[in-house]
Design a protein around this ligand. Structure first.
Ligand SMILES: Cc1cc2nc3c(=O)[nH]c(=O)nc-3n(C[C@H](O)[C@H](O)[C@H](O)COP(=O)(O)O)c2cc1C
Length: 195
């Protein structure tokens, strides 16, 4: 399965969101292994507030067709040639994973579940990176489109929070600078207003 076993620190620091994939297929068994490991994310009351709908291989063509025919009306107006190019780009990730969370009517639980699912997603991204597989969390508007939700079997009271594109890549994009700790940390009792 070609795992590299990066340290946690290496995985966190070196992982980048991959937006250009090279078309190499992603093995379903590897994906399932990643998910089996990612579920060890912290989550309140062990609610495990996540489920996934995954498209791999030929299913990605079906997914594109669904988006073209139902979920994204403006795609229908694109000239055939543009659609063809767009479809080729769309099929470059080896897999798509749609992450679905319950939307608890209580705000506290809803926020906890979103937070836990976000950690689950980062686990997926870090574990995938360890296999040399890139990913990007995307939030296109069609995730909330009724036809799309219906096609994925999303029930009322659930929400698709992420379209994860997953796949192999040739180049690692450069990271944007991050703020350093001295910009974001103040120690209790030492903030300027207190002095
Ligand atoms: C909640 C969330 C939503 C995101 N949505 C998008 C998106 O719609 N399109 C996109 O290109 N990237 C999206 N990203 C990826 C970010 O652009 C990316 O994480 C950021 O640029 C930092 O790059 P890095 O992940 O390589 O460190 C999203 C990330 C998060 C956490």
């Amino acid at each position: 399965m070609n795992q590299q076993s990066l340290s946690v620190r290496e995985a966190i620091i070196e992982r980048r969101s991959i937006k250009k994939f090279n078309g190499q297929p992603v093995d379903r068994e590897v994906l399932l292994q990643i998910v089996n490991d990612a579920v060890w994310a912290p989550n309140h009351q062990n609610r495990e507030p996540w489920r996934l709908v995954v498209a791999c291989g030929k299913e990605i063509l079906e997914l594109h067709k669904l988006l073209r025919d139902t979920a994204i009306p403006k795609w229908k107006e694109l000239p055939e040639e543009t659609l063809e190019k767009q479809m080729l780009k769309f099929t470059l990730p080896g897999a798509y994973a749609f992450v679905i969370v319950p939307e608890d009517v209580r705000q506290k639980q809803r926020l906890e579940d979103y937070a836990a699912a976000s950690m689950f997603i980062q686990n997926i991204q870090l574990l995938a990176w360890d296999y040399g597989i890139g990913s990007c969390w995307k939030t296109p508007d069609f995730l909330d489109a009724p036809q799309f939700r219906e096609a994925l079997g999303v029930k009322s009271g659930e929400r698709i929070i992420s379209m994860l594109q997953i796949g192999y890549f040739d180049d690692i994009p450069r990271a944007a600078e991050r703020k350093k700790s001295d910009e974001i940390v103040t120690f209790f009792g030492q903030n300027e207003e207190n002095n």
